[in-house]
Design a protein around this ligand. Sequence first.
Ligand code: UDP
Length: 478
Amino acid sequence: MVGSKEGYQLHAFFFPLMAQGHLIPAIAMARLFSSRGVKVTIVTTPLNARLFSHTIDGDKQLGLDISVQLIQFPSEEAGLPQGCENVSSSHNFFDVAPKFFTALDLLQQPFENLLQQYLPEFVVADMFFPWVTDVAAKFGIPNLIFHGTSFFSLCVSDSLRRYNPHENIKSETDRFVLPGLPDQIELMRSNLPDLQKIPSELGKYFKRVDELEGRSYGVLVNSFYELEPGYADHYKKIMGRKAWHIGPVSLRNRDITDKEQRHSCLSWLDSRKPNSVIYVCFGSMVPFTAEQLLEIAMGLEDSGQPFIWVLRLKGEEAEQRSRMLDGFEERIEGRGLIIRDWAPQVMILDHPAVGGFVTHCGWNSTMESVSAGVAMITWPIFADQFHNEKLVTQVLKAGVSVGAHYFQEVVGEKGVVKREDIKKAVQQLMISGEEAEQLRSRATELKEMARKAFEGGSSYADLTALIEELRLNPRPEV
Ligand code: UDP
């Protein structure tokens, strides 16, 4: 064993998944560790590095010990088009997923070579690189896993795996209770992906991910204890997993968003009354059917409320879908704004004019909304989003559901959410009344709790504890 590392500078490798919803929080985490004195090396591919290199350069200029180590993305070997290094750049994640997973597996050898060369004291790797646990173990290096989701969702997934409560449910829309959780949480079969209902390769893959998690050093969670105490405890004490909550990590990125070029939507928001605008954005990945887009447009128009809608149409259908919205932009001019490029979401949510968020409940969006004190209209689509919706609406009581029930790959393919339901939810949240006031005041409470946890409270303390533990637990010499 090398001696105790007390007083030494620890060196960490961060290995984020190449998807915006995982990359953004992982970079924020890497910066967080670096600001606490850890030497950080982010391992990623050239096109992904471009997305955040200016931020890292800024940190370096401030004297932080943080850098990027490039590895090539094996697009061609995996049968992906050249330049496809990030799932968020594809039109539909599900179309590229199998080849993308092949590419991720091909990164094993280059990653192992880097570990052998630099021998960092610990690694933080995305759950989509399950092999890292074993590769790191070869060199005696502890591996921390980052899932990019909530404690709540990790506990829900465990309950589903352990008890299979959905197995004997006949109808897709019948509700069933998730056994063993701190609250009475219900889901529908339609909320679950096929891989959870029928045996599949991807199902086996996630089982492997879970087994390896059990053997890893522990898990880093972008959350804070006070947000989901029952679930943080359940995860650690009942499921017996080691975990640290160090979020909301988006608060670490406040400094860069300030420096970024000011998007024109922020000037538009400046001219709006406080809490008057509803912000609509479904994250970085999902495509929509034309029919569903039209319903959203009409729902927002009929609601009579000011809104910002992030509508990045990709792929060949883009033109046809745009045509379908002909006349819409003219009709809503002055009241609604459509953003067709990447929106500065954290800055939008932090703007005082924003009073609500129609969100797909991606965990980053949820945490960003919580951190900004913005109440939500929940519209889950896939992944962990149906779980997060339950946390927001039933446990935190900081949002209302629009009533989306189907796990799907293209929004609107199964069960279109109608304009009346969208209008109703928007008005429920944006027009003052008892319910809207309750949701708002709950969201404001959560914002205050988030800030406290991050700035010297529970999240700060958990990160300190982890760094100290890693310092005192030296890895064996190889
Ligand atoms: N995001 C953004 N601008 C956009 C769309 C998304 O800044 O136009 C950011 C958002 O703030 C969040 C991330 O991209 O940090 C999306 O992550 P999330 O977990 O919410 O959803 P996913 O994209 O993984 O489905």
